[in-house]
Design a protein around this ligand. Structure first.
Ligand code: NAP
Length: 255
């Protein structure tokens, strides 16, 4: 056995939310694994930093400014990727938001819609564009959806986020069935990861210690610990894995 199947040599990967945190780590890891990468997000400066990291490591990347709630932006991102590197082989749906913590009785419908639009509908928009283009070129591909442990259990005080992540898990399973054998579709469900996203909960001593009590490994993950399974799921090493939810949560959901 060689480890070649774990690589992404010659592939083109488009990573949403590739400007920081988990998405940046995935973009860098996929480039290190041999893919040409198109990181996309709304902030141009942060995307440039991801590209610089990839190029410093000897990889190739082209940034694209995209809001995943805009169909036009999503189409333009795939156009830019095709122009730079050819057809996209790997789509990572990672862009996400979670602005609401509290009881659902305090939640306004507009915030609910916004969270669903970025997390769930954004994943759908990008997946539909990807699958259409893969079919147009009679190709094959792989989708990795970044869900959350909140896609497999109910996270307290996070009803809309948890709903959006369960939607991603459901979408993953149906699209895996519908788009096989050409496209594999898997979800990766991280627990708590050290990124800007979790700064608030990690900096609150009470919440931090309650959270750590719920995590058997007794620590939060580094973004690279999510990027590595993402590379595996995208690669040929996972060629018989589709419709799967791969949980990377330090044992949280196993409790
Ligand atoms: P983060 O540091 O806040 O990064 C979020 C990324 O998404 C940024 O690149 C952001 O860039 C992009 N983004 C947000 N809204 C967007 C939009 N409308 N269009 C395009 N890009 C958008 O968060 P993270 O911790 O890396 O989380 C990444 C993913 O992992 C999310 O889906 C999150 O739900 C999931 N996750 C995170 C954790 C955790 O503990 N951190 C745990 C489980 C799951 P711009 O703001 O520039 O657009």
């Amino acid at each position: 056995m060689t480890l070649d199947a774990f690589g992404l040599d010659g592939s083109v990967a488009l990573v949403t939310g590739g400007s920081r945190g988990i998405g940046e780590a995935i973009a860098v890891a996929m480039a290190d694994a041999g893919a040409s990468v198109v990181p996309v997000a709304r902030s141009e400066d942060a995307l440039e930093e991801t590209v610089e990291r990839i190029e410093t490591n000897g990889g190739s990347a082209v940034p694209c400014t995209v809001d995943v709630t805009s169909e036009r932006d999503v189409e333009a991102a795939f156009d830019a990727a095709e122009e730079a590197f050819g057809g996209v082989d790997v789509l990572v749906n990672n862009a996400g938001t979670n602005p609401f913590f509290g009881d659902a009785t305090e939640l306004d419908t507009e915030t609910w819609r916004r969270i669903m639009d970025v997390n769930a509908t954004g994943t759908f928009r990008c997946s539909r564009e990807f699958a259409t283009r893969v079919a147009d070129r009679d190709g094959t591909g792989s989708i990795v959806n970044i869900a959350s442990v909140g896609g497999v259990v109910g996270l307290p005080a996070q009803a809309p986020y948890t709903a959006s992540k369960h939607a991603i898990v459901g979408m993953t399973k149906t699209l895996a069935v519908d788009w096989a054998p050409e496209i594999r579709v898997n979800a990766l469900a991280p627990g708590y990861v050290v990124t800007e996203f979790t700064e608030g909960v990690r900096e609150n001593e009470t919440i931090r210690s309650e959270l750590l009590d719920s995590i058997p490994t007794d620590r939060f993950a580094d973004p690279e610990e999510i990027a590595e399974p993402a590379v595996y799921l995208a690669s040929d090493a996972a060629s018989y894995v589709t419709g799967e939810v791969h949980v990377a949560d330090g044992g949280m959901a196993a409790k």
